[in-house]
Structures are given as C-alpha cells and as structure tokens.
Ligand binder design. Structure first.
Ligand code: GLN
Length: 195
C-alpha cells in the first residue's frame, strides 16, 4: 500500500517511520496531485490551526474531504483528530468536518499538559502506551461514531473518548507514532487493503 502523511506541519516523519516499519511505501503529501496517488492518509499531530491554514492555502481542504468521502482510509492523531472533526468547543478554525465529533482542544491543559497512560483500545488484544501532548478529548460524538477508548478527566469532569472510528476514519487524541507500537497504523493499512 502507498500511505501518505500530510506533511504541512507536525510530526509526519515519525508516522512515515511507522509506515516503513510495516513494510509499506510512505509518501509526504503536500498537494492535491500527491494526495491522488495514495491509498490511505495519515494526518499527524502538531498544531491544528496551522495545519488547517496551510491546507487551505495548498488547496487541500476539498481534495482531502472528497477522498475521505469516497472511502479512502485516514488516521488522524492529536491535531490530526481536531482537523478531521466537525467542530471544536472553541473559536472556529479550518476543519475537514468528515468525522462527526466535537473536540475540546488542550483539554487536559489545566491539570496536566502532557502525560502517558496504558490504554485499553477496543479491537487491540493488549493495552497501548498512549502519549498525550497538549491533547484534545472528544466532547460529543455523532451516531455513526464508535468509541474505541476513553480516559477519565483528571479534573473530575467525567470520562471522554480519545480513540474513535467512523467507517474508515480512525482518530486518536494521543501519539501512537511516538511509541513504536504500530497496531493502529496496521489497522489503517488493513482498511486500505479491504477498500
Ligand atoms: N494542542 C494542539 C492543537 O490544538 C494539538 C497537540 C498535538 O497534536 N500534540 O492543535
């Protein structure tokens, strides 16, 4: 499979390293032409407003939306999850709106900026070490969205989804690309093979 990583900003190189560990071809995607060549796309962590602003300038908003709507599998991590979502609890920013969730950016910020946890993810046989870095959580999910993992708000605000799936869209609040645990990347490649 040819797996693209949106390479406008953020840690796309770490994602491409995961793709290489799985013996698949990885490519940096910055243009609609490059996007057209891939079987699946990864949207990395970074800064979601910057990714959105650059994607608008590079003419990628409509192009990515169209590929996702016609079945291309996509994995969004952290800022990538925010970029896929339909809204945030804060001010408006460029978002693809293909994943029917509302996210809260920097949700853990008041308590802990960054932390790690062993997370049970539905569909994976053993827990995954999850690195959260100024991470969002999901505030509201739409009917077509499956919640695969959640975490407790350290501030006592209840439990919030941090891994979700909607058809061929996978999104995580944390950074699976930083721990050399490639099971979610592998899930993305399986989805691309099925497609
Ligand atoms: N806080 C960032 C944002 O809102 C996301 C952080 C990350 O990707 N690690 O865009």
């Amino acid at each position: 499979m040819r797996v693209g990583a949106l390479a406008l900003q953020g840690d796309f190189r770490e994602h491409l390293a995961a793709v290489a560990r799985l013996d698949q071809e990885g490519v940096e995607v910055r243009t609609p032409e490059e996007l057209a060549t891939v079987d699946a796309l990864i949207i990395p962590g970074g800064e979601s407003t910057t990714i959105g602003r650059l994607a608008t300038i590079y003419g990628l908003m409509g192009a990515i939306r169209k590929r996702v709507e016609t079945g291309m599998p996509v994995l969004g991590t952290c800022a990538g999850m925010i970029f896929l979502a339909s809204g945030t609890t804060g001010p408006e920013q460029p978002q693809l709106g293909v994943l029917d969730v509302i996210v809260e950016r920097n949700a853990f910020g008041r308590q802990v900026d960054s932390f790690e946890a062993d997370l049970r993810v539905e569909g994976l046989d053993a827990p995954m070490r999850a690195v959260f870095i100024r991470a969002p959580w999901i505030e509201k999910v739409g009917g077509a969205v499956d919640v695969l993992a959640s975490v407790e708000d350290p501030g006592g605000g209840g439990i919030h989804p941090v891994v979700v799936r909607q058809d061929r869209i996978l999104a995580t609040s944390f950074h699976p690309e930083l721990t050399h645990d490639d099971r979610l990347h592998s899930m993305l490649i399986d989805l691309a093979e099925e497609h």
